[in-house]
Design a protein. Structure first.
Length: 285
């Protein structure tokens, strides 16, 4: 059987490849390998790579998604921190000249330095603890991916795609640079080893509604306020105002926002109004 004809979603194949390179799933790296063909097909369909697209893949595992993407895309660059996953993917994708497998940290690797072209997409089965840092890094780039489809923890997906009233700091951080669609949920049985939590497939597209300084100001205030997310804005915004309640309440008054609300009920426009009020009342242009 050639590498090209391997069914990498088959658990028996996964185990055989893993044994060959000495790969043991590491909980600390969030390694749970996808073995559900239907979910795999849904990810590829949602990303919809074309013959002119380059794909930046985070965490290829043994190359299961890599193979499907490479069959459609111009080029796939797969980055993994685990040397054994790099070795496994190089073995399973050795017959595909349009696949490059890189040993590296996706939080530090620059796609452009790997030859990723202007028409690029992103995909991956993301470690649960690094989902928000990875997504924000990708979509904060000067030239972000045109589209990204990712497997993430279900609770994280729910927060990122949340409607009014259920936002978190991660929601503010990601939704200020991208739209988020929660496409489908994925049960633990779709992975080997099965994680203790459910997952979801999400799709992001760049949508930068604030410039860099405005977004930074919003995140500074929101970060402080969400440290008191279970309390009202009176407490959270006072904390953001370095403990000066009078100053914090002046921000909320100028932004026309009720201090009895909680941080999770504010949308991006309301956070921006608070940041603008803070800047204006401080005498900044």
């Amino acid at each position: 059987m050639t590498a090209r004809s391997l069914d990498l979603a088959d658990p028996a194949t996964l185990h055989a490849v893993a044994r060959r390179v000495g790969l043991v799933a590491k909980r600390g790296l969030g390694q749970n390998f996808l073995i559900d063909r239907a979910v795999l097909d849904d990810i590829v369909a949602a990303l919809a790579p074309g013959s002119g697209d380059d794909v930046f893949e985070i965490g290829p595992g043994i190359g299961t998604l890599t193979a499907e993407l490479a069959a459609l895309a111009r080029r796939v660059v797969a980055v993994d921190l685990d040397e054994r996953c790099v070795a496994a993917t190089r073995i399973t994708q050795r017959d595909r000249p349009n696949v490059e497998v890189v040993h590296g940290d996706a939080l530090r690797v620059e796609p452009a330095e790997l030859g990723i072209g202007e028409r690029w997409l992103a995909a991956g089965n993301l470690p649960y603890s690094l989902t928000t840092p990875l997504l924000t890094r990708l979509f904060e780039m000067a030239a972000p991916p045109r589209r990204g489809v990712f497997l993430v923890q279900r609770e994280v997906a729910a927060r990122l795609a949340a409607g009014p009233g259920a936002w978190s700091l991660a929601t503010v951080a990601v939704r200020s640079i991208a739209t988020v669609e929660r496409l489908r949920d994925v049960p633990p049985a779709s992975f080997d080893p099965a994680p203790a939590v459910h997952s979801s497939v999400i799709r992001l597209q760049p949508a930068r509604s604030l410039d860099g300084p405005a977004r930074a100001a919003v995140l500074d205030i929101a970060r402080a306020a969400f440290q008191m997310r279970r309390k009202t804005l009176r407490h959270g915004i006072t904390h953001a105002a370095a403990g000066d309640e009078r100053r914090g309440m002046a921000w909320l008054d100028a932004a026309a926002i009720d201090p009895r609300r909680r941080p999770g009920t504010l949308d991006l426009d309301e956070w921006h109004r608070i940041a603008l009020a803070a800047r204006t009342l401080a005498g900044q242009p």
